[in-house]
Design a protein around this ligand. Structure first.
Ligand code: LER
Ligand code: MN
Length: 280
């Protein structure tokens, strides 16, 4: 298992001066997941340099920015969205990232007030299929993340996401399951991971309140046992969002401090997960 931390714990861009590298290395963090919203703005050479200097792997997490939507009923918006994600893939390759993960299927917070329809499902499948060749050419994988009902109407449960990636049918595209979202949407979080099985490509380890993993009511022993059972051996990355950065706090609905400090989420959380994994 590889242990990671998402740098949105500290900032909304790539700002290595804010990351406590020595402490991260000391508790056994293997890699960082960085948010990439505007690929043109990322200094990919700096990402490579920084990660090499600290012997850390790098992953991207991303969302559909304003003006893009893979499931829009406007074909021009859909093709603009494919072009945007191809650019994200190219940028990930330049930065040395192994994987891109996130709610690739629809914009976070896009809630039209009804269920998804069959056209949207098909457009979502076709959108991901259109990225397959670029992923295969660059050797990058993409992990599709269902979100809770307050952030999307399109994909909420593990079972739906399995059906979605099976229809996409690409060996480069799998599932990212986040304990925070599945704690809201699935009957049993550990079972949700079992449901993903071989499609699971990434895990976000978030406590039920996005605080320090191990400090809340997520069934960590059950989740880690399920991951062992399905033979999952990829990344387990702690995700949380800095409550002191207004844009991050607003986008993720965090209105209070979730821990004594943001570092605690990464450091104490990694220590907890590593110990528990060793005992599972
Ligand atoms: C992203 O990984 C996530 O979990 C969302 O809730 C935020 O967009
Ligand atoms: Mn997540």
């Amino acid at each position: 298992m590889k242990f990671g931390v998402n740098t949105m714990i500290w900032s909304g861009g790539f700002e290595p001066d804010k990351y406590p590298f020595d402490d991260l290395k000391e508790v056994g963090v293997d890699g960082i997941e960085i948010p990439v919203f505007v690929p043109e703005d990322l200094d990919t050479a700096a990402v490579r340099r920084t990660c090499e200097a600290h012997a850390l792997s790098v992953h991207f997490c991303s969302v559909n920015p304003d003006g893009t939507n893979p499931i829009s009923d406007d074909a021009a918006v859909r093709s603009r969205t494919v072009a945007h994600w191809k650019n994200v893939i190219r940028t990930a390759a330049e930065a040395g990232a192994e994987q891109i993960a996130g709610p690739t299927h629809s914009p976070v917070g896009y809630l039209p007030g009804r269920r998804r329809n069959e056209d949207e499902w098909r457009w979502g499948v076709e959108f991901h299929q259109a990225l397959h060749d670029d992923l295969a050419d660059t050797g990058i994988t993409m992990a599709v993340e269902p979100l809770n009902r307050f952030e999307t109407y399109f994909l909420n449960t593990a079972a739906d996401t399995v059906r979605f990636v099976e229809e996409i049918g690409s060996d480069r595209i799998g599932i990212l399951l986040d304990t925070f979202h599945q704690n809201i949407e699935d009957k049993d979080v550990a079972d949700a991971y079992r449901t993903c099985g071989e499609h699971l490509m990434h895990v976000h380890t978030c406590e039920n309140d996005r605080g320090v993993p191990g400090s809340g009511h997520v069934d960590w022993p059950g989740v880690l046992a399920a991951l062992k059972e399905i033979g999952y051996d990829r990344w387990m990355t702690i995700e949380s969002f800095n409550a002191h950065i207004p844009e991050l706090s607003a986008a993720t609905a965090i209105w209070r401090d979730l821990a004594g400090s943001m570092d605690e989420i990464a450091i104490d959380g990694t220590r907890f997960l590593r110990d528990l994994w060793a005992r599972t």
